[in-house]
Design a protein around this ligand. Structure first.
Ligand code: UD2
Length: 291
């Protein structure tokens, strides 16, 4: 298979390219490409021509920070909406299958737990809105042109990559970074908020499965179904990596959702089985393994 991956330098994209390259001809695209990948601004008009030659296109390139999107909505419209339509357009012209990586941010403040894909969407940020609009364009492209497209909504993705240059990185990376530096862990609010933390290798697992599925805009949650409170996470990280540090509480984060757990039965029906349990991963990953 000839496969293109946009966002190949990101947390998920890097792992996806490495995995697919074992069995396929893969080309990565990124604004800041790693070796073997090509430089591409996904929202530039020439992106369509660059992405036309593939049988499968994984679209992961996106601006991904909720607070940054609140500060600069036009940037998010450009990268995430214009960029996504460019990918769909390339797929339409080149007759490619598309797997579009959206986000659990489309659910807003969830009304039910665990959250099924049928839960209504409601943006709480420009970031969330761009993902909802991207999904709607996927459906429209399917309806108008028969685009073969599946949509994945990852929950809270984590990995060994602590993204030291990224001020907006997730809570797991922040806690491990702080533990490594002997600094306290700060919990926003009471710490009883819960998340579904999914390891990047499990996200890659679902993305790989979808390569073989014809899509009509079908949506799949990608999580584990396991519930972890932020307080439990802080305790896990502290006891494993830095028993001497303190855990503090700060004010609750503005706009924070309370709970976000995925109903993954739909992905399970395709054969997806999350393999990494957060507590086991913390127990078995030494500090030296983190990048
Ligand atoms: C995740 C996604 C975000 C969006 C959102 C949709 C990440 C990094 N972000 O945001 O892009 O899709 O879901 O709902 O995956 N916290 C602390 N202390 C810290 C940092 C965080 O207590 O030092 C708390 C934070 O207030 C929140 C929880 O940890 O309650 C998770 O925060 P996060 O930023 O990792 O992810 P989230 O769920 O806000």
């Amino acid at each position: 298979m000839r496969i293109g991956v946009t966002g190949s330098s990101g947390q998920i994209g890097g792992r996806l390219v490495a995995r697919l390259a074992q069995a396929h001809e893969v080309r990565g695209f990124d604004r800041r490409p790693a070796s073997q990948s090509s430089v591409l601004d996904i929202a530039a008009p020439e992106a369509v021509a660059s992405l036309k030659e593939f049988e499968v296109l994984y679209h992961l390139a996106a601006a991904i920070s909720v607070p940054e999107s609140v500060a600069n909505p036009p940037l998010y419209v450009r990268d995430n909406i214009v960029g996504t339509v460019n990918v769909f357009e390339a797929a339409r012209r080149g007759d490619a299958r598309v797997v579009f990586v959206s986000s659990a941010a489309v659910y807003g403040e969830p009304q039910t737990q665990p959250i099924p894909e049928s839960h209504p969407t409601k943006a709480m940020s420009p970031y969330g809105q761009t993902k909802i609009t991207g999904e709607e364009f996927a459906l429209l492209y399917h309806q108008l042109y028969g685009l073969d497209v599946s949509i994945v909504r990852p929950f809270n993705v984590y990995s060994e990559d602590l993204q030291p240059d990224n001020p907006y990185t997730g809570v797991i990376a922040i806690f491990i970074r702080n533990a490594r530096n002997g600094q306290p862990l700060t919990i926003d609010g009471d710490g009883m908020q819960t998340r579904d933390f999914v390891h990047v290798s499990d996200v890659v697992q679902l993305l790989e499965i979808l390569m073989k599925h014809k899509g009509a805009g079908d949506v799949y949650n990608c999580g584990t179904g396991d519930v972890t409170s932020i307080l439990d996470l802080a305790e896990l990280v502290r006891s494993r990596y830095a028993p001497g540090i303190s855990i503090r509480h700060g004010p609750p984060r503005l706009g924070d959702i309370r709970h976000g757990i995925a109903d993954i039965s739909k992905a399970r029906r395709l054969g997806y089985t999350p393999r990494v349990r957060l507590a086991d991963w913390i127990q078995t990953t030494p500090l030296a393994k983190f990048a």
